[in-house]
Design a protein around this ligand. Structure first.
Ligand SMILES: *Cc1c(COP(=O)(O)O)cnc(C)c1O
Length: 425
């Protein structure tokens, strides 16, 4: 479906039924797959033939849905993972290992920050965090000889900073490493980072893509643009033989278009087993079929709420990239011209206590550790998702004590505004 518009891709990409086959993506509820001879199966193990043998590595339902997401992003290959956390872990660990270094934006999602800053450090991978608004010089200084990737979020959760893709891609490429972008909040409906130089895209499909708060999941897509062989010494995992896979050199055998995802599947998925269940992939696909329709309403509600908050006397500040006057409005105009997302962050006048009281009075917005689904919800990051961070780390990732993250769902705009109005009092 690669020649079609994003709306058509949301509905139809990834799965093309043959004559008399099911119109909707079938759920292959099977852990295993049958073969006539051992030799047939051996070819799969050697990656000499493509096919399925065990759902811990691959399942047809997952592959249909991954192919849809890859097509929506304009990439060459994709895979699903059990969660967004697994997607970001795989995306980095596929090219960075013990002794390597990664440059990441300081405003990234709290779970990802923790994964990088605590857990992956324990694995011997070093991270330098830079503010997405840092100067070119600061960005340049963050690189080390052992840097293997640059990582950022299109729209940061919950700081709502917008990544200047072209600047970050240019810096990454000048150092011979890929730019990896978590595109969860924008979704490919509102932004396709590959157009602006990103090389790998990740998603927490748990958010808008599923869109109904039904299934945790993640995805990774490769643009097929990054030339691993041109920087072979930096990426031995892709450019030298994999002894755990009969000496295959991924970048040689699968080229720029397929090496990254093939390695992540054959090696990381095999060993870590963070596969998405086919049931979840089916639910995710139902969400994708209406993503383009839903994103419009999420964005309309987000902008209306941001405008309302902006003019309200009990509001300290509002952050919403698509609100004229917002610090990120110029970047949003450039990279997100059709809208950003349904998430609005703002500061309740007063502080932490006033923020918590405001939230307690809401009726339509529910207090949840979730974001970006059909039902409106809200969260106080300083006392929940980000409570393990120090005061300085909170400041670095753009979170103040009075910050409330509002996620506008698909309800009537009027009802959402009135709920916030009564709760502000
Ligand atoms: C939620 C989220 C994640 C983590 O995804 P899970 O599916 O919860 O594991 C990663 N990145 C961003 C931007 C997110 O919002």
């Amino acid at each position: 479906m690669s020649g079609y518009q994003i709306e058509t891709k949301c509905v139809q990409s990834g799965y093309t039924p043959g004559n008399g086959e099911p119109r909707e993506v079938p759920i292959y509820q099977s852990t295993t797959f049958k073969y006539a001879t051992s030799a047939d199966m051996g070819k799969l193990f050697d990656l000499e033939a493509s096919g399925y043998f065990y759902t811990r590595l691959q399942n047809p339902t997952n592959d249909f849905v991954a192919a849809k997401i890859a097509d929506m992003e304009g990439g060459t290959a994709g895979m699903l993972t059990s969660s967004g956390q697994a997607a970001n872990f795989f995306a980095i660990f596929n090219i960075a290992t013990q002794g390597d270094h990664v440059v990441a934006c300081s405003t990234i999602y709290g779970g990802t920050f923790n994964l990088f800053n605590v857990t992956m450090r324990k694995m011997g991978i070093d991270f330098t965090f830079v503010n997405p608004d840092c100067s070119d010089e600061e960005l340049e200084n963050a690189f080390k000889p052992n840097t293997k990737a640059v990582f950022g979020e299109t729209i940061a959760n919950p700081a709502l900073t917008v990544l200047d893709f072209e600047r970050f891609a240019k810096a990454a490429h000048a150092h011979g490493v890929p730019l990896i972008v978590d595109n969860t909040f924008a979704t490919p409906v509102n932004c396709r980072p590959f157009i602006f130089g990103a090389d790998i895209v990740t998603h927490s499909t748990t958010k808008y893509m599923d869109g109904h708060g039904a299934a945790v999941g993640g995805a990774i897509v490769d643009s097929g643009q990054f030339d691993w062989m041109a920087h072979a010494e930096k990426f031995p995992g892709l450019t030298t033989p994999d002894e755990s896979y009969h000496g295959i050199t991924y970048a040689e055998k699968f080229g720029k278009e397929g090496a990254f995802i093939t390695k992540a599947t054959a090696q990381l998925m095999r060993d870590f087993g963070s596969i998405q269940s086919p049931q979840h992939a089916f639910l995710l696909n139902l969400g994708l079929e209406s993503l383009h329709v839903r994103m419009k309403q999420h964005c309309d509600n987000g902008l209306a709420l941001a405008r309302f908050l902006h003019d309200h006397p009990k509001v300290d500040w509002v952050s919403y990239p698509s609100l004229p006057g917002d610090k990120y409005y110029p970047l949003a105009e450039k990279y997100l011209p059709h809208g950003s997302c349904g998430v609005v962050s703002f500061g309740v006048k007063g502080g932490r206590k006033e923020a918590e009281e405001f939230m307690g009075r809401l009726k339509v917005f529910a207090i949840e550790t979730h974001v970006a689904d059909a039902r409106s919800c809200c969260l106080h990051p300083a006392s929940s998702t980000h409570r393990q961070l120090t005061e300085q780390e909170l400041i670095d990732c753009g979170i103040s004590g009075n910050l409330v993250r509002m996620s506008c769902g698909l309800e009537a705009t009027k009802d959402l505004i009135e709920d916030v109005e009564q709760a502000l009092g």
